[in-house]
Design a protein around this ligand. Structure first.
Ligand code: ATP
Length: 249
């Protein structure tokens, strides 16, 4: 990554760093044209949520990790923004889970796929991460979706029983749920279609989620599946935080 000069004491340091990472990723051809718009929507919700992990988001993160650990064929799906913001941490989590990463993007072009693989391979080698990265040669389709965004790998997304798909769009989330999978999404907007569709929605920023999931693993603070978890209540808790922050101005 090229040099980033903001001072860590700057109140918007994390936000500036994320923007810088995405600018760099865009220059490297990793992102679709609309990627920065999607990030802007996320930033707006993060502002309303208070730019910190809520107790219900942490609970959802723990429950998500417990499901990934219990899965027979878990998989972590990466799109462009997720790769740029949390590629390292998610590869480390996949290494721990001994599951594949699948690069799976909405606007699929060979140039973007190559740029994403180039970026991930570099991190993988630099940190000696032992993980299988799929998605270069998809060999099957997600039923119910049309066009290139339906493409996926039999060995990865298609055969998975538990899937972590950060920043997923509503349509694809719905199609994955219809396949009978436990679908875990990360989305700062608790009102999005994906957030409402998913089995577990982590309403939090993807860099924070990936760091906190990796921290749970590295500190051996391993969660168990929360049988009582209710995703609607979880979403409502995030909506209440947003509403409360509006009232408190
Ligand atoms: P849906 O089809 O589910 O209603 P959408 O069209 O709003 O979704 P997209 O534009 O496909 O969603 O994806 C962007 C989503 O990702 C937004 O809901 C946004 O809040 C969320 N988002 C963007 N950046 C981040 C981030 N860094 N961390 C977590 N969520 C993010």
């Amino acid at each position: 990554m090229s040099s980033f000069s903001a001072d860590p004491s700057h109140p918007r340091y994390q936000s500036l760093l994320s923007r810088h990472r995405l600018e760099q990723a865009a220059k490297q051809g990793m992102l679709a044209d609309s990627a920065l718009i999607a990030h802007g929507r996320g930033e707006a919700y993060d502002y309303l949520i208070g730019e910190k992990t809520s107790p219900n988001a942490l609970e959802a993160t723990k429950n998500a990790l417990a499901h990934l650990m219990a899965g027979k064929n878990p998989v972590i799906s990466l799109n462009g923004n997720t790769t740029a913001l949390a590629g390292y941490e998610l590869m480390k989590i996949a290494e721990y889970l001994q599951c594949p990463i699948e690069v799976n993007i909405f606007y699929r072009t060979e140039q973007r796929i190559n740029a994403l693989f180039g970026y991930l391979d570099e991190i993988k080698q630099e940190h000696d991460i032992n993980v299988n990265i799929l998605g270069k040669n998809p060999d099957t389709k997600i039923p119910g979706l049309k066009g290139p965004r339906a493409k996926c790998c039999d060995e990865g997304i298609y055969s998975s029983d538990v899937i972590l798909v950060p920043l997923e769009d509503g349509d694809r989330c719905e199609a994955l749920v219809a396949m009978g999978k436990t679908v875990i999404v990360v989305d700062l907007n608790p009102l999005s279609r994906s957030a409402k569709m998913a089995s577990i929605t982590i309403v939090d920023e993807i860099s924070r989620v990936a760091k906190s999931m990796l921290n749970l693993i590295e500190t051996n603070d391993l969660p168990v599946i929360e049988i009582e978890f209710n995703n609607n209540k979880n979403l409502q808790a995030s909506v209440n935080i947003i509403a409360g922050n509006y009232r408190s101005v």
